[in-house]
Write a protein that binds this ligand. Structure first.
Ligand code: URA
Length: 241
């Protein structure tokens, strides 16, 4: 459909329909000048095109276009996280509905499990994968034996890998040989290489959080669609410039 043919809808209806808040509260947001449409302060009754117009709430993009889809999926072991595999193997993208076509945001190794985002929103993908944003990622790491205090300190302070020093990380051993680590970089195979460098090859690696996105109910291979509110809080917490 060309943009001229796409329906114009009342702003407060669009905002309520995406679950931002009730119509009444949404109207208060508009009156309080918290909403902008294409960079201009919005007003009650304004008509917008949800496919085209850029709506912000407190400066954070509201993802109102029905064409934009976001899935949070728990990647199973052994599945690759690229959109397409030259060898024709099943990829993470084959685990969600085929339409609209979505793409992984960043990567997990084939042998890594846990949370990964899939979307067709190129703008969000760019924001999340750009190194300057440094979004936090939390992993649960299982190694063969207990780490010493010295190894934990090294992981925390930074490890020199062949592509540079890792940034300070939050690291805690939650039981002997099981470590929670929070990093905000995305060097290739970073967690595995950090643990290898302190003499503890990784036996199992699970990503348990991306920014503030956590979901303990998702089993391996399961996914859920993210709501507007999930995305709004995610952006507010993590990727506002
Ligand atoms: N670090 C790794 O080593 N592997 C992943 O898949 C993600 C982070």
């Amino acid at each position: 459909m060309s943009s001229e043919n796409q329906p114009q809808e009342k702003l407060q209806k669009v905002l309520a329909s995406i679950g931002l808040a009730s119509r009444r509260v949404v109207e208060d947001y508009i009156i309080d000048e918290r909403i902008t449409v294409n960079g201009e302060i919005a007003h009650i009754g304004q008509r917008v095109n949800r496919h085209e117009d850029q709506l912000l709430f407190d400066g954070v993009p509201l993802r109102v276009s029905p064409e934009l889809t976001y899935y949070l999926i728990h990647k199973p072991l052994g599945i690759i996280s690229t959109a397409k595999d030259p060898q024709g193997r099943r990829t993470i993208v084959d685990l969600v509905p085929p339409e609209p076509r979505v793409y992984p945001v960043g990567r997990l190794d084939k042998e890594t499990e846990g949370l990964i985002l899939l979307t067709n929103d190129g703008d969000l993908t760019y924001r999340l994968t750009h190194p300057s944003h440094g979004i936090e990622k939390e992993y649960l790491v299982k190694v063969g034996k207990k780490l010493s205090r010295g190894s934990l300190r090294q992981l925390r302070e930074g490890i020199t890998l062949d592509d540079g020093l890792t940034s300070p990380a939050r690291v805690s051993q939650i039981q002997d040989g099981v470590v929670k680590i929070v990093i905000h970089e995305g060097k290739n195979r970073q967690v595995r290489r950090m643990f290898q460098a302190v003499g503890h090859p990784v036996e199992r690696l699970i990503r348990t959080r991306i920014g503030n996105l956590v979901d303990h109910t998702l089993q391996s291979g399961q996914w859920r669609e993210l709501t507007t509110l999930d995305l709004l809080h995610f952006e507010v917490d993590q990727v506002v410039d």
